[in-house]
Design a protein around this ligand. Structure first.
Ligand SMILES: [Zn+2]
Length: 165
């Protein structure tokens, strides 16, 4: 596992930073945290679980009390969650660089929406559930997208195509 530290972030609040160099494809850390079930019914529910990481339709990892509570989103991330729990590097990450993921890849909550200020040229401005991301973003994240979210995206895309056909 790679060394990480929690430091002040330029993106938002605190963030997770590499405390050593990380190569593309390397495992950074295993995401820890208690599992929880939660079915959101409105935006208020969504806000309460804003820092949780999605595992499935209503299942989540509670990140409070772990470093992953602080992982920030970027629309051009340098890391991703592989197989629901393993944080892997999507590109070379230098010592001292902030580690980011694309939150949409592990979120299926229809009420969830946050304004993004990641500053990347490909910023989507608002980030929402996985099925709202453009297909090139989805494709770039394959093979890292957890199975549940992959299937959900494909199902919703097919439905959209049928409607517009
Ligand atoms: Zn962004």
């Amino acid at each position: 596992m790679k060394k990480i530290s929690i430091l002040k972030s330029k993106i938002h609040g605190k963030g997770i930073f590499a405390a050593e160099g990380i190569k593309r494809g390397e495992r950074i850390q295993y995401i820890r945290g208690e599992r929880a079930m939660m079915k959101t019914r409105n935006k208020k529910d969504s806000r309460e679980i804003a820092h949780w990481i999605g595992l499935g339709k209503f299942s989540w990892i509670k990140t409070e009390g772990t470093p992953f509570r602080y992982i920030n989103h970027s629309c051009d991330p340098n890391a991703a969650i592989m197989g629901t729990k393993t944080l892997v590097a999507l590109k070379e990450i230098g010592n001292g660089e902030e580690i980011t993921i694309d939150y949409s890849m592990t979120d299926a909550d229809p009420y969830w929406s946050i304004k993004c200020k990641c500053g990347s040229p490909s910023c989507r401005k608002y980030i929402r559930a996985i099925y709202t991301v453009p297909s090139e973003v989805f494709e770039r994240h394959l093979p890292y997208i957890p199975k549940f979210f992959k299937r959900l995206y494909i199902r919703k895309q097919l439905r959209r195509k049928k409607v517009s056909a």
